[in-house]
Write a protein that binds this ligand. Sequence first.
Ligand code: GAP
Length: 519
Amino acid sequence: MTDKPKGDAKSGAKGDTTLNIDDMATFCKRKGFVFPSSEIYGGMAGFFDYGPYGTELKNNLKNEWWKFHVQSREDIVGIDGSIICNPKVWVASGHVSGFGDVLVECKKCHERARADHLLEEQLGINADGLSPEDFGKLIEENDIKCAKCGSTELDTPKTFNLLFKTSVGAVEGDKAVAYLRGETAQIIFSAFKNVFETGRLKLPFGIAQMGKAFRNEIAPKQFLFRCREFEQMEIEYFIHPKQHGECPYVDAVMDEKLLVYSAPMQADGKDAVMMTVKDALAKGVFKSPWHAYWLATEQRWFLDLGARPENFRVRQHNEKEMAHYSSDCWDLEYHFPWGWKELQGIADRSDFDLSQHAEHSKKDMSIFDEESKEKVVPNVVAEPSLGVDRSFLVFMFDAYDDDKERGNIVLHLHPKLAPIKVAVLPLVNKLNDKAREVYDLLKQDIYCFYDKSGSVGRRYARMDELGTPYCVTVDFDSLDKDDVTIRDRETTEQKRISLADLKQTLADLITGQVKFQDL
Ligand code: GAP
């Protein structure tokens, strides 16, 4: 396994198509998933509008994440915090002083780039965690060029803060300064005491949040991969400080397989190795059962929703990449068309954030642990932090299939994620009344699309391209027999079903309780 991009294209799920990120952006725009924001004014780099089908897919993805991580667990609760809060939160967290990327400007054409991206592109190295001075040296020693004009006259690298500033209230100047949140996580920490006291929580427990985050990225690129406005789904998982070695959930994931790329493997130039969680723990590759548990759980969430296992690996951060308070950090990575990239970071943050907020707010952030009868500042043993927009890309890439036999694109999206669950199609216009009856029967409970225009083959193809798993067709027999056909997107096979059973059958197919071949 190599860390280098395998060219600029990616194999489609089933067909022989190749697809890069620009093709994906074009497809998303053409089919109403995602558009460049404010395009009529020339757009704005790093900002996007989700269209009708993208909004449905994104909402489904977020609902599935919330169900899996919050509603189906006793140990995790959720919050929905504010986007703007007291700016002291961001001072305490370190974002005001240290949340930046190293920027380098071309003296000739004034193009500004991220120093780590220039080194990655031109030297093929992972330059995460280097200081501006380190970058300066490497740039000089290796004759690094401006990506736009090719000049080697680059200015001294400097840190650029990514927080977006705004002002609040009818005042101006420094007193009004506030920030758009740079991550959802800090709101979990600043609200920690309120959530703990009202949530009837016992260690170990997690607090989850999903929502918008904003970063003034130096170089937004690769479509939804690096935006200036994006969404995160994050969990802070708190334990008793003495509970680092005991994860009560790890047994359930022992047989999960992960493609593991540890820091020593990277340092020794070795390939990533596929292993079970059990083996990785036995060999000491994972130091903490909590990391093993969260990495396997997070990969499982993707796989259960139809992502392709061969596109995932877990990579450990090396010493330089890690924050000083963090004892270990792993990323869940996905093989994007331009290489393995971070999808989700899972860091051990110890008591850093709660202690920082205790110091800056002068409020006690410790809690009473019923089990040990001790007052403790809980440790964050894992912070699974996932981007919604990157997840959206994963599901789109893994679903996309330029099916040459059918002559159209098929999105093999999991029915739970599919924007439209069912299309209702009258075979011909004369059957509109009956088809409307079917649509009305379903629409309250299942998101349906009614389509009467064009040949039925063309309508099936349109639905394939949006990832609609089932098409219900009303034909002349439907008038006499009160039944319809269901067409399965995956096989194009059709089965007849009575109207009396239709709604329940479709609901069972969408949730996976019934398989189409068993109907
Ligand atoms: N609280 C920890 C945190 O925010 P991060 O690695 O900076 O960690 C977590 O971000 C995740 O958020 C990333 O793995 C990625 O999926 C997503 N993310 C971060 N910056 C992003 C950006 N500019 N555009 C899209 N997604 C982004």
